[in-house]
Design a binder for this molecule. Structure first.
Ligand code: HEC
Ligand code: HEC
Length: 251
């Protein structure tokens, strides 16, 4: 079934190029844009689910249909309403996934687990052209389906830490700030912050840390600072980082 969909995918890619001659998509340029996605997504024959699902064959496919990946409920609801990732839908989704799902579902509470936004339309087109060419190796993917079903990192802690890239956009996104804030007050103020027992943990000096440093400390822990990678997903830790690094954060 996966194999049969390959020719379809290729013809779709051809259609994309033919349909909008004025605004060429450039798969090579798209490969560069795709670097922004790599922290969370993989493509190719050995791709595994990470924070986000494998993106092989995603173009022109039903939303939320990568096998073995646990999607959040809003995107699943959109899929149930028939959402298919054609170029137009993907462009809008990439611009702002949460806003897109809210509009699609006509539900102001809908939320995307994808916190990243790609605003530039040419970059959107290019990355979609790149993705349209990523069919993956369907056979190898099926072979590994069982081992990857449980998704979470086979990466070492250091590899996960090294894979983190924090864009200005990500750090400035109010969705991340709010989510991070909630987790901060749920878990971190036991030891940090003005309400904590004095001396339990040092007062944080966020201005002195890079986002990558904060991620590393939270993910891996350090001395009496606990490690959080089993409590929070990578995505959630990234949101905590966005909160700690935000101007509105008060240690
Ligand atoms: C910070 C992590 C992160 C980054 C960076 C990211 N994504 Fe995502 N993406 C996700 C997550 C998590 C989901 C699952 C969404 C859900 O369950 O609501 C997702 C879902 C998707 C989907 C829907 C897949 C499906 O099977 O329906 C597409 C398409 C997608 N991302 C494309 C991209 C592209 C293209 C980029 C780069 C321009 C990108 N993403 C960058 C985390 C990310
Ligand atoms: C059980 C108490 C405790 C909890 C809960 C805790 N921390 Fe810590 N944290 C510490 C201690 C103690 C240190 C100092 C470790 C050291 O350098 O010896 C620390 C250090 C840090 C540092 C590095 C500070 C520096 O100046 O080097 C960061 C960043 C940090 N914590 C963030 C967090 C975040 C975010 C959370 C919530 C997810 C959290 N911590 C929860 C105890 C805690």
């Amino acid at each position: 079934m996966m194999l049969k969909s390959l020719p379809l995918l290729f013809s779709f890619a051809v259609m994309l190029f033919a349909a909008t001659p004025g605004q060429a998509q450039d798969a090579d340029a798209g490969e560069k844009v795709y670097k922004k996605c790599k922290a969370c997504h993989q493509v190719g024959p050995d791709a595994k689910h990470r924070t986000g699902p494998i993106l092989n064959g995603v173009v022109d496919r039903a939303a939320a249909s990568a096998e073995g990946y646990k999607y959040k409920k809003s995107i699943v609801a959109a899929a149930e309403q028939g959402l298919v990732w054609d170029e137009a839908q993907l462009m809008q989704y990439l611009s702002n996934p949460t806003q897109y799902l809210r509009a699609y579902l006509d539900n102001p509470k809908a939320k995307s687990a994808m916190t990243f936004k790609l605003k530039n339309e040419q970059e959107q087109r290019d990355v979609i052209a790149f993705l349209a060419a990523q069919s993956g190796d369907a056979v190898a993917k099926e072979d590994t389906a069982e081992t990857t079903a449980k998704a979470e990192p086979q990466l070492s802690a250091d590899e996960v830490v090294a894979a983190q890239v924090f864009t200005e956009e990500f750090l400035a996104d109010p969705v991340n700030f709010e989510a991070g804030k909630e987790m901060w007050f749920a878990q971190c103020t036991h030891c940090h912050g003005y309400k904590a027992y004095p001396g339990k943990a040092p007062k944080l000096k966020p201005g002195k840390y890079t986002p990558e440093f904060v991620f590393k400390r939270v993910y891996k822990g350090f001395k009496k600072m606990p490690e959080w990678h089993e409590t929070f997903s990578v995505d959630e830790i990234r949101q905590i980082v966005a909160y700690v690094k935000a101007p509105g954060f008060s240690p």
